[in-house]
Design a protein around this ligand. Structure first.
Ligand SMILES: Cc1cc2nc3c(=O)[nH]c(=O)nc-3n(C[C@H](O)[C@H](O)[C@H](O)COP(=O)(O)O)c2cc1C
Ligand code: SF4
Ligand code: SF4
Length: 486
């Protein structure tokens, strides 16, 4: 038995992979949830090629079980789309700008010079929110990152101490100008941060003069050396209103404030952006955090700084909903006037889809690119296209906001019915994890005897499904929904 996602998560995604370009591409597609492409490549590889790839694998522990992965993927019988021409377009307008796909680099370490952005464009990214440009003297600390892992997964969350671009601001605007000239169909957005109203306006005008398609206002960096900057602005509705409206008056390109998650709710800042005339909002920047790296010296100084990556995605989605689906926002009709660019923990096309289904017309990626490289764009695009094809959806805009109707108030949830867990005896290996969790964190509704077979006690089970979530072999599924017994 092989669990595809777990086995492929072991693959090191090597550069210039010794297992061969085709196998490595198939494994990468699997890792990023794109079984269609993996299936297509695997079906073209014969047994000898797979065996040679497994022998060549340089994994430090044991080779990736490529033959078993191939069998598992081919056995699922997924439809394989061979002709990219048949796949739907990913074009989606954002702030009235035509974008070839919704995938942009987020303003950060992944886009700090011309070559980086050019490489990303060549790889297929539709646009860039370039590293925040400022007139301050930026001096970064070393080291400046920390990763929080769990059970062998090194990057569940990622903390960074980085501030803004270290380039002279004139150099950065020159880079943006050249990028726009050399890649006219790609979307170039300058992220800026001023220290006064005059400076904000000056930088925004320079962005417009450089030919940028829009300007993003960094109201959200959580680790600025000086106070009154970054997330200090995003935490004040008055400052958001003041800076956004003066920049809106000064330039004619779209103005997109980037919001901080370090607040209670996104509703009031979104209203402030709307009343200031913003064309869109980017959210979220990083979440204020502290990590206590085990590798660091005991005496090493730490500071509160930004947390990003997969772990923050649910928080980001909640904040997106507050700007697109919140009843107050919708009553005022604000979501019709401002486009949202979603950020926070996007790694796969499914992550991106979740943001789009909650109303985003654009998504940005930082941490996943830092971890895996620009190449993840292949599976972001292909995965989403295959998903659309399977659902018969020809235009990406049809997916925008389609899940908003399913986000309801706690008072509107069904509390009269329940779903029992159902154990698949074939898949169960008798580890007892479901029993331990149900005993200590559930309702003592699973028995586990000498025969190592878990059994659900119907009279005690409340259908919370903790057991299903902890089962390592995915042996627990769902039975039918039924009325609760009194
Ligand atoms: C190393 C690093 C540097 C960043 N620099 C900036 C920046 O200059 N301007 C900005 O607006 N956001 C910056 N961010 C925040 C990201 O753009 C993004 O909002 C955040 O990381 C969440 O997305 P993610 O989970 O895909 O990383 C930075 C993030 C990281 C990790
Ligand atoms: S050599 Fe092994 S670990 Fe590296 S990409 Fe190939 S299968 Fe993965
Ligand atoms: S956690 Fe899963 S595999 Fe382990 S005993 Fe329970 S059902 Fe079986």
């Amino acid at each position: 038995m092989i669990h595809i996602q777990e086995e492929v998560a072991r693959c090191l995604l090597c550069a210039d992979a010794p297992c061969g370009a085709k196998v490595a591409r198939a494994l990468r597609a699997l890792r990023f949830d794109n079984r269609w492409t993996a299936g297509e490549i695997f079906s073209e590889l014969n047994d000898a090629e797979i065996e040679a790839a497994e022998k060549a694998c340089i994994h430090y522990d044991r080779p990736i079980r490529i033959a078993e992965l191939k069998k598992a993927v081919v056995d699922t019988g997924l439809p394989v789309s061979r002709d990219p021409e048949e796949l739907p377009s990913l074009e989606l307008n954002f702030c009235d700008i035509v974008c070839e796909n919704p995938f942009f680099l987020a303003s950060s370490a992944v886009c700090t010079n011309y070559e980086m952005v050019a490489n990303a464009f060549e790889a297929g990214w539709a646009g860039v929110f370039y590293k925040t440009i400022c007139k301050q003297d930026i001096r970064e600390v070393s080291p400046r990152f920390d990763a929080v892992g769990k059970e062998g997964t090194p990057f569940v969350g990622f903390r960074n101490m980085e501030q803004l671009s270290e380039n002279p601001y004139t150099v950065d605007f020159d880079i943006l100008h050249r990028l726009k000239q050399n890649y006219p169909t790609k979307i170039v957005i300058a992220s800026i941060m001023g220290q006064s109203e005059e400076e904000w306006i000056e930088l925004a005008k320079m962005a417009e003069d450089a030919g940028c398609d829009a300007v993003e206002l960094n109201f959200s960096c959580p680790q600025m050396k000086l106070s009154g900057l970054g997330s200090d602005i995003g935490q004040s509705n008055e400052l958001i209103l003041c800076y956004t409206s003066c920049i809106k008056e000064a330039v004619s390109i779209p103005v997109i404030p980037k919001m901080t998650p370090n607040i209670m709710s996104m509703r009031a800042p979104a209203l402030a952006c709307y009343y200031a005339g913003a064309h869109g909002i980017s959210a979220i920047n990083t979440i204020k955090s502290i990590t206590m790296s085990h590798e660091a010296e005991v005496s090493e100084k730490k500071t509160i700084s930004g947390y990003s990556g997969k772990a923050v995605k649910p928080i980001a989605l909640r904040m997106i909903y507050e700007m697109t689906g919140d009843p107050v926002i919708r009553r005022a009709g604000i979501e019709k006037h401002m486009d949202i660019s979603g950020i926070g923990g996007i790694e796969t096309w499914r992550d991106a889809l979740e943001f789009i289904q909650l109303g985003c017309r654009n998504v940005q990626v930082c941490t996943a690119v830092m971890q895996y490289g620009y190449r993840i764009i292949d599976d972001l695009k292909m995965g989403l296209q295959h998903y659309m094809k399977e659902r018969g959806i020809t235009e990406l805009k049809k997916l925008v906001g389609e899940e908003l109707k399913n986000i309801v108030l706690p008072s509107d949830l069904d509390r009269e019915t329940m779903v029992f867990p159902k154990i698949d005896r074939e898949k169960c290996i008798g580890c007892g994890r479901c029993y331990t969790s149900c005993m200590d964190g559930g309702h003592q509704a699973i028995t586990f005897g000498d025969d190592r077979k878990p059994r659900i006690v119907g009279t005690k089970c409340v259908g919370c499904h903790l057991c299903r979530l902890v089962c390592p072999t995915h042996a627990i599924g769902m039975a039918h929904r039924m009325p609760k017994t009194k």
